[in-house]
Design a protein around this ligand. Structure first.
Ligand SMILES: [Fe+2]
Length: 202
């Protein structure tokens, strides 16, 4: 996380609001020239100005300091908007129902971008009774391993934590259509759509 607000953050947020440096300055009691100095890195706003500045830019103080604006209007509306954050230092995993400003070990974590699994991370899915057995044939060493599986439907979220020296496998009730996720500590987040299983059909 940035220790303090940056010029580029102020500039981006001001431009998003579509107001001039003068207007922003007027709103918080400084000149447009002062705002220009902040934006070009020739000065920093006094700490007493941070709250009015965040208010004028239409974001919270924490968003201003982190340099991210949170655009979720209704983050709990749908688990399909799930975001995952993994700390590269300690491995902590954070799941959120929408984008958040997440930090761990003193750094801001970006929301992970999920990709289609490549052949080294392909899901093997086998139906076992009314559950599905998920497996990835992958290294499980401390240096390179799958650290979790997650199964997400619009109203359900299941996380299976995996550990080095274990197996990259787990059982999930994949009855509803949803998304299966896997996270490799080296290759990142993989995501695959899974069509629901009708328990009555074979
Ligand atoms: Fe991998």
């Amino acid at each position: 996380m940035n220790p303090y607000v940056t010029g580029s953050t102020i500039k981006n947020l001001r431009e998003k609001r579509n107001i001039t440096q003068e207007t922003l300055g007027e709103e918080i009691g400084v000149s447009g020239k002062t705002v220009s100095k902040w934006e070009t890195g020739k000065g920093l706003p006094d700490i007493s100005l941070l709250e009015p500045l965040a208010k004028s830019l239409g974001i919270s103080l924490i968003e201003l300091l982190s340099g991210d604006s949170i655009e979720n209007k209704n983050p709990s509306s749908n688990l399909y908007r799930s975001k995952f954050y993994v700390c590269p230092i300690c491995g902590n995993t954070i799941h959120s129902m929408g984008e958040i400003v997440a930090s761990c070990c003193g750094i801001t974590l970006p929301p992970l971008e999920a990709e289609d699994p490549d052949e080294d991370h392909a899901f093997e899915i086998e139906r076992v009774e009314d559950e599905s057995f998920i497996k990835i044939h992958h290294d499980m060493t401390k240096e390179h391993f799958i650290s979790f599986f997650a199964y997400v439907t619009p109203d359900q979220f299941i996380l299976k934590k995996l550990y080095p020296e274990g197996n990259a496998e787990g059982r999930f009730p994949l009855r509803k259509t949803g998304y299966l996720y896997a996270y490799c500590n080296r290759h990142g987040l993989m995501k695959q759509k899974i069509l629901g299983i009708n328990p009555k059909s074979k």
